[in-house]
Ligand binder design. Structure first.
Ligand code: CP
Ligand code: NVA
Length: 308
């Protein structure tokens, strides 16, 4: 019925594990079909508005292509070109767009603005990255891990770097999918109270620390990300305190011999990761990038109630 609450995709920890698994299964099925040149088109006649307040290569292109391959149509918008840039409220923008399109994907730093959009939209809203989280990325990463190594449940993932949006979504995933997450950050860039409260409230298997070697030792997967996220102030200081968290061959050698290396990209080679690691045999960074396309098909199909 038109009154039912839209199926938003805002954060991984807001959805039951069974639904997340359905999305991933749908993603894999659609990927296989696409590779076999038997594309499926469950979104025929549907339109997705994509709003970008920040730059993007992967998210923008993969959502655009995903909509086209599924038979739907994307509309690319940037905040600055909309009345949003001149002060129209997020809530009114949500109400208006809901009259035209069937779903909205947004990349906006302010997480509360995402929530306000979702609260006022009558169509599904998808989080395409905020300051707080990046759930689409981690769905692609889970898919990638499981393609290479089977179920992630019970495995150990190590994060080394600063506390950021991608880490938050990994933490949400650790709680849902029940894998160990070892986090190493410089003390001053450690996860904030919200993450500590989340761990306490849920009992998620997450260990917060400051020692990169301790986090990586024996891990099945090593993950890092840029030292300067969108919205962070650049600065020598960040680089100095993050230097010991670089994923290089020496750090990687402490993980399991068959450990995977993951990075959401874009990478800053020579900073958070060396060429040797990101171009090495354990790296699956371009599989992750490809899987943004496939994982998002599962997310889109789920939002549109088109997952079989
Ligand atoms: N990983 C990711 O979200 O990349 P973009 O910023 O290019 O979308
Ligand atoms: N943490 C990074 C991810 C980019 C995809 C950022 O927010 O800039």
């Amino acid at each position: 019925s038109p009154d039912k609450t839209p199926k938003h995709f805002l954060d991984i920890n807001e959805l039951p594990l069974s639904e997340l698994k359905r999305m991933l299964a749908a993603s894999s099925a659609m990927k296989a079909k696409q590779k076999a040149h038997q594309p499926v088109r469950p979104l025929e006649g549907k339109t997705l508005a994509m709003i970008f307040e920040r730059p993007s290569t992967r998210t923008r292109v993969s959502f655009d292509v995903a909509m086209r391959q599924l038979g739907g149509e994307p509309i690319m918008l940037t905040g600055a070109e909309m009345q949003l840039g001149r002060g129209e409220t997020i809530a009114d923008t949500a109400r208006v767009l809901s009259r035209y399109v069937d779903a909205i994907m947004i990349r906006i730093l302010n997480h509360d603005a995402l929530l306000e959009l979702a609260a006022n939209a009558t169509v599904p809203v998808i989080n395409g990255l905020t300051r707080r989280s990046h759930p689409c990325q981690v769905m692609a990463d889970l898919m990638t891990y499981e393609e290479h190594r089977g179920p992630i449940e019970g495995k150990t993932v190590a994060w080394t770097g600063d506390d950021n949006n991608v880490l938050a979504s990994w933490a949400h995933a650790a709680e849902r999918f029940k894998f160990q997450l070892n986090v190493a950050t410089p003390p001053e860039l450690a996860p904030k109270k919200a993450m500590r409260d989340f761990i306490k409230a849920t009992g998620a298997p997450i260990m917060l620390g400051t020692d990169a070697e301790a986090a990586v030792r024996g891990a099945d997967c090593v993950v890092t990300d840029t030292w300067v996220s969108m919205g962070d102030k650049e600065g020598e200081h960040r680089h100095n305190v993050l230097k010991p968290y670089q994923v290089n061959a020496q750090l990687m050698s402490l993980a399991k011999p068959d450990a995977l290396f993951m990075h959401c990209l874009p990478a800053h080679r020579g900073e958070e990761v060396t060429d040797e690691v990101i171009d090495g045999p354990q790296s699956v960074v371009f599989d992750e990038a490809e899987n943004r396309l496939h994982a998002q098909k599962g997310i889109l199909a789920w939002c549109f109630d088109a997952v079989k």
